[in-house]
Structures are given as C-alpha cells and as structure tokens.
Ligand binder design. Structure first.
Ligand code: SF4
Ligand code: SF4
Length: 382
C-alpha cells in the first residue's frame, strides 16, 4: 500500500512551508528514511521558464528551501537541477529567487547538460534512455513538482516533472518521435519515472496553475502540499480530485494498461488532510484537443483545415522567436514583425510552440473533422 500524504499549507511563509513539509515528509516515514549521512541528494524542482513567481509556473523556492533544510539535517549534500524547456537555469533561478535558496543551502545549482545512456527496468517500452548524469548518479533523487494543468497531457504533477531529466535538445527529438500520440508520450514518461526512481516526491500545490498550462494558464490557490514515495500513486490519487476523469488522463490509461497500478486505486492510501477541502470545485482543466490526423486520401489543403492545428494571434505576439526555436520539425518560421508561419502539413501537433510562447499568442484550433467526430460520439449510444 503506497501512502499519499496531503497537508494544508496556506501560503509560502517560511514557517508555514517548513511545518507543512515536516508533517508531509513525516507521514511518509521521515527524511532519515530516504537520506543517509554523506549521500548526494538531487532536488528536481519544476523550472520551466523565467516567469515571475506569481505566475505560478515554477516550483516555489520556499518549498525547495524547506525540503533542503531537512536533507541537510539528515546529513545529505544537495544538488538542485533541471533542464528547462524555456530559458536557462541561471536566468530562471535569478528571476525566481532559486539562486538565493541554493546559496543558503550551500547547494550546487546545475543545468542538466550531460546525457548518459541508462538501461531501463524490465517491462519498459524503451530498452534504454538518455538522461542527465546527475539524475542517474545522485544517491537520492527528490522530485519537487508544481501542480499544473498541461494542454497535451491534461496535468503535470509528479511523473511529468521527471521529463526534465531529459537534456535540452533531446526533448525535441522525443517530441518528434512521439508526435501527437499522448499514450506514447505517457509511456515514455512512465519509463523515465521507473528508471530515475525518485525516493520521494513533494508536490507544490500551495499555488498551482489551471486552464491552459503549463506556462500560460491561470494561477489557482489550493493551499496544499502532497508527498509520496511514489509519484505515480500521487498523480493518480490527485487527478480525479482535480476533476480529471481517469479515461481522459493519458498517464492513467498507460499505467493501467501496463499493470503498474490497479485501476480501482486500491493500492493507495491517502493520509493527512482531506484533499477535497483544498481543491476548488471549478478547477479548470484544459480541453484536450483531439489530434487525429486526416485520412490519407485527403489532399494537403483539405486535411489542413479538417484536423486540429496550432494557430497564432499576431496581435499578442511579442517577437521573441521562441516558438520557432523550439519547434521540433522546424515547421514554424518566425517572420518579424509578429508572425509565426506554420506549415501544418509537417506540424506534429506537439504543443511545444504553445507551451513556450510567453504571450499566450498560440492556441490550438479544433479541426472540422474532429468536431464532426466528437459530435457523433456525443449522440451515439455508449
Ligand atoms: S508548429 Fe507547434 S505544434 Fe506544430 S510541430 Fe511546431 S512546435 Fe509542435
Ligand atoms: S508567437 Fe509567441 S513565442 Fe512566437 S514570437 Fe510571438 S510571442 Fe514569441
């Protein structure tokens, strides 16, 4: 039986976060259970972009500080690291205050940039994965995700945060590989999670993000921290409470299909505070666009308009060029001023451009074919 602890934490006041972290970790057995004196401990927050803290894009440094203090008390040596999809760790840590926390803890603050090949455990889809050396050589990994929605995977919680163990440019290669296939992406995430095996996951849900996450959603106050030895158990326990129907959560479908969890959640025990007391009834999940391709017999121009596709609003564009830089197949060109020109025939519908856009100027437009199929599904008997 895997424990998932939920603890109230009203804000990022140092005393409140410290006491909530101590309680949550205590409910999981205490830090001494995970960290022994002299061990190297990698703390992996979500450091997606250099957005101001109040946008709630990144794990709050207050959580990293409180967890780090417990690690030091247990005798561990701390490394803080990530491979951000947008921007550099050095800039993100200056903007968010993570740098001061790293200095206070005497921790190395690193950008993952040294991929090494790791053999995956038995039962994996991929035989080996290239992940950062720090993730694979640290004695202990503590995963510190942010509670956010995700336009492609519905939610990003504990398991999705581990995609940051993939070094920068390799992320694009994986997006090219899995394309618009959410189940395939969920399988990849599960293989990373099983290979990295974080000892402990502590989720920052004091303030989370709802709507069009993970970078352009709306801040949402929940006032909770969650902790577990198993991020998959945590994700699957919290997802329904956030309004995600299991069938619509790709990670759940992949995990059940692979026999990693029981479909009725009977292998998880919730402890601590009642999570229902924290989650707003109207928590907004993103609408997962159906990304079905058009049938092969349709010509390019027809299929372009029938399938869901990214579109840009030039009126919102800030001319940063990040969308073009991130596009895995290079099918998006930035043309100054204010225009992103997208070749929808080669677009793989990976959501990367939408995710990195700092102006929320790119969104997905539902294709006509998708709309027809979804209307038919709605009226057909189940
Ligand atoms: S245009 Fe956007 S959704 Fe399409 S492949 Fe490029 S980054 Fe991905
Ligand atoms: S669409 Fe967004 S990401 Fe692309 S150039 Fe404009 S502001 Fe930057």
């Amino acid at each position: 039986m895997t424990r998932v602890a939920v603890c109230a934490c009203p804000d990022y006041d140092v005393a409140h976060v410290t006491s909530a972290v101590e309680r949550a970790v205590g409910l999981c057995g205490g830090m001494e259970r995970f960290v022994r004196p002299g061990q190297s401990v990698l703390l992996k927050p979500n450091m997606l972009s250099a957005a101001p803290l109040e946008h709630r894009v990144t794990t709050d440094p207050a959580l990293v500080r409180a967890v780090g203090k417990l690690v030091l008390k247990a005798g561990g040596r701390i490394i803080i690291g990530d491979s951000p999809a947008i921007d550099k760790v050095s800039r993100i840590s200056r903007v968010t205050g993570m740098k001061e926390v790293a200095d206070e803890l005497g921790a190395d603050l690193i950008e993952f940039c040294r991929p090494i090949l790791a053999k995956t455990p038995e039962g994996s889809i991929y035989q080996a994965l290239e992940l950062d050396e720090a993730a694979l050589t640290a004695d202990v990994v503590i995963n510190l995700p942010k509670l956010k929605t995700h336009c492609m995977m519905l939610l990003t919680l504990g398991v999705k945060n581990l995609f940051g163990m993939v070094v920068g440019p390799r992320k694009s290669q994986w997006h090219m590989h899995v394309g618009a296939d959410r189940v395939m992406f969920a399988d990849l995430l599960l293989d990373i999670y099983r290979t990295v095996k974080p000892a402990l996951t502590i989720l920052d849900g004091v303030w989370g993000m709802q709507g069009r996450g993970p970078n352009n959603g709306t801040p949402c106050h929940l006032g909770l921290l969650a902790a577990s030895r198993d991020p998959l158990a945590m994700d699957l326990a919290l997802a329904p409470l956030l309004g995600a129907h299991p069938a619509s959560f790709p990670l759940y479908n992949a995990a059940v299909r692979r026999g990693l969890v029981r479909s009725n959640g009977a292998d998880t025990q919730m402890v601590g505070d009642d999570p229902k007391g924290f989650i707003p009834e109207d928590f907004q999940l993103p609408v997962l666009e159906s990304l079905m391709p058009a049938p092969r017999f349709m010509s390019g121009a027809i299929s372009k308009h029938l399938t869901s596709r990214p579109v840009q609003d030039p009126g919102l564009c800030r001319d940063c060029g990040k969308c073009a830089a991130v596009c895995p197949p290079g099918c998006l060109r930035f043309v100054a001023p204010h225009r992103a020109v997208i070749d929808h025939m080669t677009c793989i519908r990976c959501y990367c451009c939408q995710e990195v856009c700092p102006a929320d100027a790119i969104h997905f437009k539902t294709g006509a074919l998708v709309g027809i199929v979804e209307r038919l599904r709605a009226i057909m008997p189940q």
